[in-house]
Design a protein around this ligand. Structure first.
Ligand SMILES: Nc1ncnc2c1ncn2[C@@H]1O[C@H](COP(=O)(O)OP(=O)(O)OP(=O)(O)O)[C@@H](O)[C@H]1O
Ligand SMILES: O=P(O)(O)OC[C@@]1(O)O[C@H](CO)[C@@H](O)[C@@H]1O
Length: 314
């Protein structure tokens, strides 16, 4: 079983527009409302692939109820930690050419008791888990070292831990030595303090992160694909999307795909890239099912220390 924990989940409202013009009135071509938050999305993908998954999350207010209701038809198992403040709503503006603009609310603060209750519930559920995925931003006012505490809790329960977050929360989580880190390029840049200029530098930066105690690093690179730096070696995976409809949640789909395929090595990377590129072809934060994957389109290459690429047989 894989358990996800999302301290700052969201109701994701995606509005379709022909084109976004700042300062103008727009007539929306359509609206999708999806359950959201990074760990929630990972659990949705795992469930759709018939993999046992539980999403642990705080829910509050009308928005929290709606979020839980939206997860029910997808059959996602949810452990809700009831909180006083309303769950946030995040807005995505999707233009006809696939350009996605996201406006994420900070997320209402949780009390110290609520944060502790979330950690305790995670610890209980994680005793049955192979992996715990701790993902997304932290709600307003939450201590930066909260994920570091969750990493220790999940470890204590006997699970491996993957973290996908940003900023100070990510840096603190890193210091707790997770088994897997799944940053995108912007998050890796923030973590390292410099923007890698090319694939060789991305690999070198990910190796430097690993050397500080993280097991493996899966860097998602948007349309360029993803790079995995593990114990033995590094691999780069890429695949084209036929039509980009919404990039929201592509990173979550990629992380779920990686874990579904065993959470290690080039075949797990292949699955991550197949899931990521399938996700961008879907509207809003809809998550791909196994039937929507084009695994044969993914190209994997090994990356050596100097950044040279060596194609692997498909
Ligand atoms: N335009 C695209 N074409 C093909 N594949 C894509 C495209 N954008 C993303 N992907 C795939 O999805 C994966 C994840 O994308 P990305 O790096 O944008 O994640 P992210 O920034 O973490 O996303 P999010 O935070 O919205 O979940 C990439 O590694 C890649 O495999
Ligand atoms: O504000 P955070 O927690 O960084 O990201 C939240 C979010 O953008 O991530 C998911 C896509 O990855 C969406 O479902 C959700 O709206």
């Amino acid at each position: 079983m894989i358990v996800t924990v999302t301290p700052n989940p969201s109701l994701d409202r995606s509005v379709l527009l022909d084109r976004l013009d700042r300062g103008e009135v727009h007539r929306a071509g359509g609206v999708h409302v999806d359950p959201g938050g990074k760990g929630v999305n990972v659990a949705r993908v795992l469930t759709a692939a018939d993999h046992s998954a539980v999403a642990v999350l705080p829910t509050g207010g009308v928005e929290g109820n709606s979020l839980a209701e939206l997860l029910a038809p997808e059959a996602v198992s949810v452990v809700e930690v009831p909180v006083e403040a309303a769950t946030r709503s995040n807005l995505t503006l999707v233009e006809a050419d696939g350009t996605t603009t996201k406006i994420n609310e900070p997320g209402n603060a949780l009390t110290t008791g609520e944060l502790e209750a979330l950690r305790t519930r995670l610890g209980e559920v994680a005793t049955r888990a192979r992996w715990v995925v701790a993902s997304g931003s932290l709600p307003h006012g939450c201590p930066d070292d909260y994920y570091a505490g969750l990493v220790r809790t999940a470890r204590g329960a006997g699970a491996k831990v993957a973290v996908d977050s940003s900023g100070a929360a990510l840096a603190e989580a890193c210091a707790a030595g997770p088994d897997l880190l799944a940053p995108n390029l912007a998050e890796l840049t923030e973590l390292a303090g410099h923007r890698p200029a090319d694939l060789a530098e991305v690999a070198a930066t990910a190796r430097a992160v690993r050397s500080e105690g993280t097991g493996s690093v899966l860097v998602t690179l948007g349309e360029h694909g993803a790079l995995l730096v593990g114990d033995e070696s590094a691999w780069f995976g890429t695949s084209n999307a036929r039509r980009v409809r919404s990039t929201v949640g592509a990173g979550d789909a990629a992380l779920a795909g990686y874990l579904l395929a065993g959470g290690d090595g080039p075949e797990a990377l292949r699955s991550a890239v197949a899931y990521g590129s399938a996700a961008v072809e879907l509207p809003g934060s809809r998550m791909p099912t196994p039937k929507e994957l084009r695994i044969e389109q993914v190209r994997i290459t090994e990356v050596d220390e100097s950044g040279r690429l060596y194609p692997m047989s498909p």
